[in-house]
Design a protein around this ligand. Structure first.
Ligand SMILES: C[S@@+](CC[C@H](N)C(=O)[O-])C[C@H]1O[C@@H](n2cnc3c(N)ncnc32)[C@H](O)[C@@H]1O
Ligand code: SF4
Length: 450
């Protein structure tokens, strides 16, 4: 690869960096944001505010070794019904803080594995949310589907409640790779779930795939992509596998010596990227690909792409309300995260108390930086607005970045642009826009920059 030595010189293969699904990243959150502060944010939402709802289901039937998501295994169904009841109790309490008239635009069930809930429990959850929030204004209802833990009755129930987008966890179809990451899932089983969804009229599909897995080679990844592309999903998220065993203890089961080197990770991503572009997909940000008709591709072209805790999105709602253990909410004023441990979350809800754990109140300057980082993560380029150009500290950090990444970045007029070959550096460049000294030491919570 032509620019390998330049990418190496800029530290791509050694560094760790946040994925910037928010600015600041969640490890900056602090206890300066408490329940009282969040109540004020909720009460100040205008009456026609557009709201997105996120419900976190923190359970999985099995725990895949590679997974870094906040989740817990459960063999029995016993914890599921009480959890749904608590999410509804929280939803009721949160709704009471907002004025009448706010409009839910999106609902996303994530996890963990939302499809671990039986059809009856899904019905209870969705009917309950509808009673509390009034979901007839929804434009999108999406769910993370684990193809190995779902069935026709659960999918039919989701469709009956208006499901119109599904995200399927796949990761990789190669048998040796699957065995090494503790996630066995055949191509046929996945195809069956895809067919089922399409039969129910759920056409908008996303596949989660990973590069950088143990035993993955360019040949095996090409075969995985070939199989995935045969099912023609509108979107593919091709995440770099984050190997963080100090945070996600089950990853000690992953054979570290079978992991591709950082340079090989880049080669895997590049090869996959070219395949996807060749198949008519548009690259969105650092790790998403979408067919041109997909709403994400349209948002990308219309300059309406956003980055949120759910990754890349075309959701423009200023309020994202997270319900359930560990869920993060976004307000125009800042972020608030719920207590992550399910038992502690349960105790708070049972005591009729807010489940807020920590958060971050954005200063005016943070908002300018957040916009800059979001533009870079979405477009590998940013146009500074008047307010940003008038902020000497921000301009100084942009100039510093332009000097540090000379040759990879141009800074002309009010435009900061990353050269095409240097796109993999975007997370490192975004880190440099953060004033040194601002960030709590979070290196260990971050994953490889490529
Ligand atoms: C909540 S999970 C997916 C939903 C469902 N539980 C399933 O497994 O199909 C969300 C996605 O996060 C991604 N993910 C999990 N652990 C990861 C890691 N260590 N590095 C990168 N991506 C990861 C996977 O692609 C996974 O599909
Ligand atoms: S990948 Fe999905 S099913 Fe596997 S542990 Fe993570 S959240 Fe659970």
């Amino acid at each position: 690869m032509k620019h390998l030595s330049d990418l190496s010189r800029f530290g791509l293969f050694d560094a760790k960096a946040p994925r910037f699904t928010s600015y600041p990243p969640a490890n900056w959150f602090n206890d300066g944001v408490d329940a009282q502060c969040v109540r004020i944010w909720q009460a100040s939402a205008p009456k026609d505010a557009e709201i997105s709802l996120y419900v976190h289901i923190p359970f999985c039937r099995r725990l895949c070794w590679f997974c870094a998501c906040r989740t817990q295994g459960t063999r029995s169904d016993a914890p599921l019904a009480p959890y749904v009841a608590r999410v509804l109790a929280e939803a009721r309490a949160v709704r009471a803080q907002f004025v009448n008239g706010v409009k839910p635009r999106r609902l996303h069930l994530g996890g963990g594995t939302p499809t671990i809930l039986s059809a009856a429990l899904l019905d209870e959850l969705l009917s309950g949310l509808n009673d509390i929030w009034g979901l007839d204004t929804l434009e999108e209802f999406s769910v993370e589907v684990d193809p190995t833990d779902v069935g026709p009755a659960r999918l039919a129930m989701l469709a009956a409640h208006g499901l119109n987008r599904a995200s399927l966890g796949i990761q990789d179809f190669d048998e040796q790779v699957q065995a090494a990451i503790g996630r066995i899932q055949s191509r046929d089983l996945t195809q069956g779930v895809v067919d089922n969804l399409r039969d129910l009229g759920v056409e908008a599909l996303n596949f989660d795939l990973l590069y950088g897995l143990p035993f993955q080679t360019r040949k095996t990844l090409a075969a995985t992509l070939d199989a995935a592309l045969g099912m023609r999903p509108g979107r593919i998220a091709l995440f770099g596998y984050a190997h963080v065993p100090w945070m996600s203890k089950r990853q000690v089961l992953i054979p570290g010596d079978a992991l591709p080197s950082p340079k090989e990770r880049l080669a895997l991503f590049d090869q996959a990227r070219l395949t996807l572009l060749g198949q008519g997909y548009v690259q969105i940000g650092i790790d998403h690909f979408a067919l041109p008709h997909d709403t994400l591709a349209r948002a990308f072209y219309d300059k309406g792409l956003r980055r949120s805790f759910q990754g890349y999105t075309d959701d423009r709602a200023p309020y994202l309300i997270g319900l359930g253990a560990s869920a993060i909410s976004t307000y125009p004023e800042g972020f608030a995260q719920n207590i992550p441990v399910t038992g502690q979350y349960a105790r708070k809800i049972d005591a009729s108390e807010p489940a807020i754990w920590r958060g971050y109140a954005l200063t005016a300057r943070d908002k300018l930086k957040a916009d800059l980082v979001e533009q870079l993560m979405c477009y590998h380029a940013a146009a500074l607005n008047e307010e940003q150009c008038a902020d000497p500290e921000l301009v100084a950090s942009v100039e510093r970045v332009a000097a540090t990444f000379k040759g990879a970045v141009t800074w002309e007029g009010n435009h900061l642009t990353i050269a095409r070959w240097a796109h993999p550096l975007v997370r490192l460049i975004a880190v440099q826009l953060v004033t040194p000294g601002d960030a709590p030491s979070g290196e260990r919570t971050y994953s490889a920059a490529i």
